[in-house]
Every structure is written in structure tokens, then in C-alpha cells.
Design a protein around this ligand. Structure first.
Ligand SMILES: [Zn+2]
Length: 309
């Protein structure tokens, strides 16, 4: 993905962005105006701000979008040098809810939702950033998924057990579709923060942050791999359910008994995810939950009288 606007500063920034974790968005040029003579001549005014994420690093993106390629990160509490701001996707952060994104002196973008900065004095960026369509998963970007295997036969329902849908949401991606043969669950689209409920009674056996880089406390994207914040529940009859991409740490703890419909966490887009949804898996002959023992959650629930729309 190319940044269309390439000023001298941007050229410097492009080199800086080659790294995966930048210590801070310090301007590479004499943006601070100190005039030491050892840096580029261009003097670009910047406004300083402070990353405030509540602890985890703030992701720097190549474009002003949570789905944009992650090109670095700045630790919470560190300074960022803001060149200008653009209007793009709204983000609810720890500082504010806003559709503004800060274009930093290193050429990257961070959501203004996580930046403490002066209320005034930050210019609008003069050239609109290139905002491409959502990026489909690149074959080489994620770890090579295991070959799809035939799902095991669905177990008979356990007497006395009752099931429900884990979230009031609509099905957007099915189990092991032609396009996604290694997709071991279903994607249920729901707004950020929607409660995720235990599909049946059981015991929480895993509470995990699973992401290939960065944090589960910030929005992920499809260049990452991993389920983000997720929980697993062990049910009777060797069934395990898995609930992925939560917006923050699940509200339950390992070892905790949960009832059907009990709150496990909230919908988010952590890990390998392009927008808020619940990725829901059902495994049989488990734990552990594996690729080999995943079954179609829709068929599983349907056999228990539960319809997912
Ligand atoms: Zn999914």
C-alpha cells in the first residue's frame, strides 16, 4: 500500500516505518525546530500529544483505519508528534470517541481516540489519505492454515441440557466455506460491546489473549493472526465452545462455573478481525479444542433446537 503524498518528511518517515515497533513517533526531521543542523532542512510544524491507551501500546497504522497495516506502536504515556488530522473511521478510545485520526511525523496514523493533545491548533491534513477497501486476508499474511479435515459426527444432545445462541447477531460467515476452508467457526456480526453469553452451562477452561503482534486491548486487523481475547467453556459430553475477538478480557475466570446465558464478555475486534463480531466455535470430544474436532456450530445448535439467523 503506497502513501500517495510523499514529502521530504514522508520519505524519511517511510524509512522509519520499515521497523515493526517504533519507540515513539518522534519526527525524523527538524520538526521540533531545534535547528541542530544535523537533520533535514524541512521544518514541519507539529503538535505534541501523549498516547493514552490505559497500558497497552497504541498501534500506528499505514492508513487511518483500524484495519490499516500496523507499522509500529507507541507506548502509553509516550509523546507523539502530530502533523495534521484526517476524518476517517470512528473509534471509541480511552480519551474520547472520535472519527479523527492523527497523522504523525513519522508518516503513520493513530486514532485520536487514544491521544491527549491540545484542543485547538492541529491542522486538517491538506491531502486526503488513500483509504482502500477492506483488505481481504492475504494468503501469505497469516500462518498457513491446516488443511480442512472432515468434521466429526455431531454428538447426540445430552439429556437435560439446554442451548442458546451466544449473541443476538446475524450470521455473516459460515463454518468451513469454500472460500475459507479452515474457518473452524461461524462469524456473528454484532456491534462492539454486545454481550456474549454462554451457549450452555459449563465451566470456563480458557481465558486467553491470542494475537500475533501487539495487544488484544486494541482493535486488531486481518494482517494479524489469532483469536484476540477469547474464552472457552467446557460442557457436558465433551463439548467445548470458544468465543473470540472480545473487546477486552473476558469477564469470567478459568475454573468458573457458568450457566446458560451467563455473560462471558463483550463483542470486539481484537486479533485477526476486520470489524466487531463474535467468532464462535463448537468442538466435540474435547478439551482440547482443535481444528480436527471442530463441528459446524449452526448444525450443532440446530440439533438442539436452536436456530441461528
Ligand atoms: Zn471467524
Amino acid at each position: 500500500m503506497k502513501v500517495r503524498r510523499r514529502t521530504t518528511l514522508a520519505a524519511v518517515a517511510a524509512a522509519t516505518l520499515a521497523g515493526t515497533l517504533l519507540p515513539a513517533a518522534a519526527p525524523a526531521a527538524a520538526a521540533t525546530g531545534t535547528g541542530t543542523g544535523t537533520v533535514a532542512k524541512a521544518k514541519v510544524p507539529t503538535v505534541t500529544g501523549t498516547a493514552r491507551t490505559g497500558g497497552t501500546p497504541l498501534n500506528m497504522r499505514r492508513i487511518p483505519s483500524p484495519a490499516g497495516e500496523r507499522v509500529g506502536a507507541v507506548a502509553s504515556g509516550k509523546t507523539v508528534w502530530i502533523l495534521c488530522q484526517v476524518t476517517a473511521q470512528q473509534v471509541t478510545g480511552t480519551v474520547r470517541t472520535t472519527d479523527l485520526w492523527d497523522h504523525l511525523a513519522n508518516g503513520s496514523y493513530v486514532s485520536d481516540a487514544y491521544v491527549e493533545r491540545p484542543a485547538t491548533g492541529i491542522p486538517k491534513c491538506t491531502s486526503a489519505p488513500v483509504i482502500p477497501a477492506p483488505v481481504p486476508p492475504k494468503p501469505g499474511a497469516a500462518p498457513v492454515p491446516p488443511k480442512a479435515v472432515a468434521a466429526p459426527v455431531l454428538p447426540k444432545p445430552v439429556a437435560g441440557e439446554s442451548w442458546q445462541v451466544p449473541v443476538g447477531a446475524s450470521l455473516v460467515s459460515g463454518f468451513r466455506t469454500v472460500a475459507r476452508p479452515a474457518h473452524d467457526g461461524v462469524d456473528l456480526s454484532a456491534a462492539r460491546g454486545t454481550p456474549i453469553l454462554a451457549a450452555a452451562a459449563g465451566t470456563v477452561i480458557r481465558v486467553v489473549c491470542n494475537v500475533s503482534a501487539g495487544s488484544c486491548d486494541v482493535d486488531g486487523n486481518r494482517t494479524l493472526s489469532g483469536c484476540g481475547w477469547y474464552a472457552e467453556v467446557q460442557h457436558a459430553g465433551g463439548v467445548v465452545t470458544r468465543y473470540c475477538h472480545m473487546v477486552r478480557r473476558p469477564v469470567v475466570a478459568v475454573g468458573q462455573a457458568v450457566k446458560r446465558g451467563q455473560l462471558l464478555g463483550h463483542v470486539g475486534t481484537s486479533g485477526s478481525s476486520s470489524g466487531p463480531h463474535l467468532h464462535f466455535e463448537v468442538h466435540v470430544n474435547a478439551a482440547p479444542a482443535t481444528h480436527a474436532n471442530a463441528v459446524d456450530p449452526i448444525a450443532f445448535l440446530s440439533a438442539r433446537g436452536v436456530t441461528v439467523r
